[in-house]
Design a protein around this ligand. Structure first.
Ligand code: NAD
Length: 350
């Protein structure tokens, strides 16, 4: 079977840290185009691909139109606000798309994108949600599904550290590119995971963030998934740690939410420790960073080439995340986070 000709569109930090190191090792796909309006970014991305053993000679192009005959499928890793239009154009031109998170920055765009995908049934639109391939995340899902925790009652997700990702543009900070802050960025992963673990029956109870017009750095969200109470606390400023605790009627599981997860525990309410330490990777989960992205791309390539093969994260899963993020920002549940240092000014002039 011929391999899928793949373009990487958007050659910034995500392309270089996630997709390009993996690409030389993906069965069924080969890199044929690198697209970025800044050709220097495309050249830097090519260097990363070569460092990781890539031997193809992809076309470097400032727009995907220049390379349109060179590829069948694309990884879209451009700033958030560019996702919707670019992906729709690609689908309309018969290209499969693996789209970085979040799917779009508005529910209306996500709805339109789903419709475009439905109108072009020969093309595949899949979401990049690589945390589903983290061994600890997959383990929690198995524990929930098998009933090993009893009835799940609570999830507490805390993920915070001083911002350390290094985008090559202002894509995460300029509202015109990013749309939102920590919730749009980290929250897309967290919300996708919660839906993946707990299902679609979700109510947003309350949301606070610290945006005063720019992108938020802090977010606190209260949700209910079926009968499960969920609190998500995210920060780009404070070292909150990275952990998720899932409490069931019989047992409690705790994982690190970074990769690798580090020490994970499973303890019954009777005090018996059933697990402590690393979690084995059960396929398709992977215990090496590069292997995660090889697996994600290999699945995308196979799903693009083979009717009936499902992507790990279909487009519909992207839409529910976009809807939730939007409800947090703009719905009735949103409250400004108390910031007494800005809202209660002293009159002393100090
Ligand atoms: N999977 C993950 O864990 C992960 C991690 C980080 C970022 N991301 C996602 O990847 C995407 C990109 O983030 P990043 O950190 O690489 O940003 P970045 O700023 O580092 O890179 C964005 C790149 O896109 C280019 N670009 C802008 N508009 C374009 C267009 N219309 N066509 C082609 N290229 C264009 C920019 O020149 C830049 O090179 C975002 O959706 C982000 O949320 C995913």
């Amino acid at each position: 079977m011929t391999s899928l000709r793949l373009a990487v569109i958007g050659c910034g930090a995500a392309a270089r840290a996630c997709h390009l190191p993996a690409l030389p090792h993906v069965p069924g796909a080969r890199l044929t185009a690198l697209v970025d309006p800044d050709l220097g970014h495309a050249e830097d991305a090519l260097a990363v691909y070569r460092e990781h053993g890539g031997t193809e000679s992809p076309r470097l192009a400032a727009t995907w139109h220049e390379a349109r005959d060179m590829f069948d499928a694309a990884v879209v890793a451009v700033p958030h606000t560019a996702h919707a239009r670019l992906t729709a154009d690609l689908l309309e031109n018969g290209k499969h798309v693996l789209l970085e998170k979040p799917m779009t920055t508005t529910p209306a765009d996500a709805e339109r994108l789903l419709k475009t995908a439905a109108d072009h049934p020969d093309t595949l639109l899949a979401m990049a949600h690589p945390r589903r391939l983290f061994p600890a995340y997959a383990w929690v899902r198995r524990l929930i599904r098998s009933g090993a925790l009893g009835t799940v009652r609570r999830v507490r997700w805390t993920e915070g550290h001083p911002y350390s990702w290094e985008p090559v543009t202002w894509s995460m900070f300029d509202r015109r590119l990013a749309s939102g802050g920590v919730l749009t960025d980290t929250g897309s992963h967290v919300f996708d995971t919660l839906f993946w673990w707990l299902g679609d029956d979700m109510t947003l109870l309350d949301h606070q963030d610290d945006s005063l017009g720019g992108v938020e750095s802090e977010g606190r969200t209260w949700l209910r998934f079926g009968g499960v109470d969920v609190i998500v606390e995210l920060s780009r400023l404070r070292p909150l740690g990275t952990a998720c605790v899932i409490t069931g009627s019989e047992a409690e599981v705790r994982i690190g939410t970074d990769f690798p997860a580090g020490e994970c525990t499973l303890t019954t309410h009777a005090g018996e420790e059933l697990h402590r330490g690393d979690v084995d990777a059960v396929a398709p989960a992977q215990n090496e960073w590069e292997a995660l992205f090889v697996e994600q791309l290999a699945n995308f390539a196979e799903a693009g080439r083979t009717p009936g093969v499902a992507p790990y994260s279909p487009a519909e899963d992207g839409k529910r995340v976009v809807d939730l993020i939007d409800a947090c920002y703009h719905g009735p549940a949103r409250r400004a986070m108390p910031q007494p240092w800005t809202t209660h000014r002293t009159t002393s002039g100090a």
